[in-house]
Design a protein around this ligand. Structure first.
Ligand code: PRP
Length: 177
């Protein structure tokens, strides 16, 4: 039923699973002997976060933050607000911030600055997808994607399509282009 709104599948479930596994192996190697704290940025990261943390065979803790910059539209307003802060103290922790997508990079740039002031042992950034210009460098990046409106695997348009198991390009007529 949601499929009718999808123009093209960019990454299948299998491709996503394989790439998540590769990122997990990289994290295991980089953090061998350490405990990782994954910080998921709600809401888009929830599916990637769930799969990534289960693929990483290291002791880890999880926390979530919610920041908003987009509203219900398809482009960034540049305004970022903290909706929900972390529940845990990150002092001395090895933090990996987990995002579904780095678009303008504003969100991660802003978050990195905030988190570094809280004195973690280290902070790295992980995003499943990236596109466009970026004021921050990702330590872990799943795929670079074209400038198309993508949904699924946590990513939404007007809060829908997050439950698609794959990542697809939304038909422009759905968002009135
Ligand atoms: C999306 C995405 C990132 C951010 C990336 O969140 O999950 O947090 O935008 O964009 P940027 O690199 O241009 O800052 P959104 O505000 O759409 O909220 P959501 O995760 O609840 O869908």
């Amino acid at each position: 039923m949601l499929e009718k709104d999808i123009q093209e599948i960019l990454f299948t479930e299998e491709q996503l699973k394989n790439r998540v596994g590769e990122i997990a192996r990289q994290i295991e190697s980089d953090y061998a002997g350490k405990e990782v704290m994954f910080i998921g940025i709600l809401r888009g990261s929830f599916v990637f976060m769930a799969d990534l943390c289960r693929a990483v065979e290291l002791p880890c803790t999880l926390d979530f933050m919610s920041v908003s910059s987009y509203g219900s539209g398809t482009t960034s307003s540049g305004q970022i607000q903290i909706i929900k802060d972390l529940s845990e103290d990150i002092t001395g922790r090895h933090v990996i911030v987990v995002e579904d997508i780095l678009d303008s990079g504003n969100t991660l740039h802003y978050l990195l600055n905030i988190l570094e002031h809280r004195h973690p042992a280290s902070v790295r950034l992980c995003a499943l997808l990236e596109r466009r210009v970026k004021p921050v460098e990702l330590h872990y990046s799943g795929f670079t994607i074209p400038d198309a409106f993508v949904v699924g695997y946590g990513l939404d348009y007007s809060e829908k399509y997050r439950n698609l198991p794959y990542i697809g390009i939304l038909k422009p007529q759905v968002y009135g282009a």
